[in-house]
Design a protein. Structure first.
Length: 545
């Protein structure tokens, strides 16, 4: 028998999650057992084991008054441990998720227990119930017979309907800490008489990523493969190098912009059977930890700045979405690596040259628009979208900055406003026209937004309402926006949304074509603060999609 089955927790005290252990002790000691529980948390954290222990506590024949532990010696405890008790029913909601299954369950619960004090129904992966089945189950959950206790277990509690969650006592199972997993591994090592160093157990716990089951599997694998469990170097090499790809190594290649080495490393990882989802998750976790450390310490001047790390994390989250549809699982991560390395390795001028764009001093032409580079003392580049006829005027504005003279047209008095207006009138209008056929909701959301700042890589988008901001920051709207913007400009662009207030006189006009069977008609939709009917139209498009 595998370790994680052989050494499943059999008592409340053996539960390795301290928070769950203490919570269940308090509930049991109160003596007023709830009729429905919801055990919610990630995989491998002991939800099913805790449910069986609770079933034993409820039905134990020898439990003393005020006690919280099952005896594990009476017929009820033994039969539940062996999964042979007919009054403790375990159901997999993934396989029994329909309304007919719930109707059968409702018929079953009417029957009194055969020999136990109460019938206990353990419903695993409860979030897999269909909407119809959930609603049919709700009435039973609200007013169950006195002899029935429900224990729902799920890795995605947010997918359960709110009315079910509100009628259960929720026990949260968080990811296990390294110390909690080490505690669990020590119990296994003692039972199997395995000699191992404390440092080795910590390495296994780290690799388990918060799951007790994964920790037990790793320990069993190490024992089976004959790895010396007293040598941390051997175990570390086995866990983090031989069998998996290292996020540290991959980030090292990214830091130095070694595109070929990074791509080859990913290819080798795939050849070794490494999951790209696992590698991407590991890299996100590793980069996130470094980013937080930099933010806390304030050391943002190093090779990998906080902004670069944040950009990388965002790219990796895009990879996670693309992995779901990838024909070759390594391709999304390799493309993201190539893109990130090239963007960080080349200056904007070198990038434009490599793409055949015109380089004119500190200006470059991309997608029919001219971008002038303004280097501030912060080292961040600001790009002003200009039409070709604006180039001469831009040069005059640059001269006025150096001489202190104000040009006759007064444009230089508010360079930032000019930048925003030019970008809005140029690329922005084309962008909205391109997005509309792809997703009308995204285009409708963007009507309540405006370009704020652009550094050549990240567009700061001012959004007027928090709801719109949340929508634009989530997929698919973010992906659609960034892909369309990158297509318009001719290079990769990321978007950062910030809440802002619209100017009183600001009007965002979007031209759209309405094609009929007879002719093509061009209409203009205008959003202003004064016209509430336009806002309602936008809401209809967003919620109606």
């Amino acid at each position: 028998m595998t370790f994680y089955l052989k050494y499943r927790s059999q008592t409340i005290e053996e539960l390795d999650l301290a928070s769950v252990r203490e919570t269940l002790k308090k509930i049991i000691s109160m003596g007023n057992m709830p009729h429905a529980f919801l055990f919610a948390g990630p995989k491998g954290t002991g939800k099913t084991s805790a449910a069986r222990i609770l079933a034993k506590v409820i039905n134990c024949e020898k439990i003393r008054t005020g006690g919280v532990e099952p005896c594990n010696k009476c017929n009820q405890c033994i039969s539940i441990s062996k999964e042979e008790n007919i009054d403790v029913v375990e159901m997999d909601a993934a396989s029994n998720r329909g309304i007919d299954d719930v109707r059968s369950l409702r018929e079953m619960i009417r029957l009194s227990p055969a020999s136990a004090k109460k019938k206990v129904y353990i419903v695993d992966e409860a979030h897999m119930l269909t909407a119809e089945a959930s609603n049919a189950f709700l009435k039973t959950l609200e007013e169950p017979p006195e002899h029935v206790v429900f224990i729902l277990a799920t890795t995605n509690p947010e997918k359960l309907i709110e009315t079910i969650r509100s009628r259960t006592t929720i026990i949260k199972f968080n990811k296990a800490t390294i110390e909690e997993i080490v505690r669990s591994l020590k119990r296994v090592a003692k039972g199997e008489k395995i000699e191992t160093a404390e440092e080795v157990l910590k390495l296994i716990a780290k690799a388990a990523n918060g799951a007790f089951r994964d920790g037990h599997k790793l320990l069993e694998t190490l024992v089976t493969d004959g790895v010396d469990l007293n040598k941390s170097d051997s175990v570390e090499d086995y866990l983090f190098k031989s069998k998996t790809a290292s996020p540290e190594i991959l980030l090292g290649y990214l830091k130095d912009c070694k595109t070929k080495e990074a791509v080859d490393y990913i290819e080798q990882a795939v050849g070794q059977g490494v999951s790209m989802t696992v590698l991407t998750d590991s890299l996100i976790e590793y980069v996130h930890a470094i980013m937080l450390e930099k933010v806390k310490s304030g050391k943002t001047e190093e090779d990998l700045s906080v902004v670069k790390l944040a950009s990388l994390i965002h790219s990796l989250y895009v990879v996670k979405e693309e992995l779901k549809l990838a024909a070759l699982e390594q391709v999304p991560l390799q493309l993201a690596v190539i893109e990130w390395c090239e963007n960080n390795n080349n200056s904007i001028e070198e990038y434009n040259k490599s793409n055949g764009n015109v380089d004119n001093g500190n200006k470059s032409e991309i997608g029919g628009k001219t971008f002038s580079e303004d280097k501030t003392n912060t080292g961040i580049k600001d790009f002003t979208a200009q039409t070709p006829e604006d180039t001469t005027k831009g040069s005059e504005e640059e001269v006025s900055k150096k001489t202190g003279k104000v040009p006759t047209d007064g444009v230089a008095e508010n360079q930032e406003a000019a930048t925003i207006a030019q970008l809005k009138d140029g690329v922005w209008r084309q962008l909205l026209s391109e997005i509309r056929p792809k997703n009308a909701s995204t285009e409708a959301l963007l009507r309540a937004a405006r370009p704020m700042e652009f550094d050549g890589k990240v567009l700061s988008l001012g959004v007027f309402y928090s709801f719109h901001k949340e929508k634009l920051e989530s997929n698919p709207h973010r992906i659609i926006l960034e892909e369309a913007l990158s297509h318009q400009l001719g290079f990769q662009v990321r978007v950062s949304c910030v809440l802002t207030q619209p100017d009183k006189k600001e009007i965002i006009a979007v031209s759209e074509k309405v094609v009929s069977d007879k002719h093509e008609q061009k209409s203009e939709v205008v959003l202003t603060e004064a016209k509430h009917e336009d806002i309602m139209n936008i809401a209809e498009k967003i919620f109606g999609n």
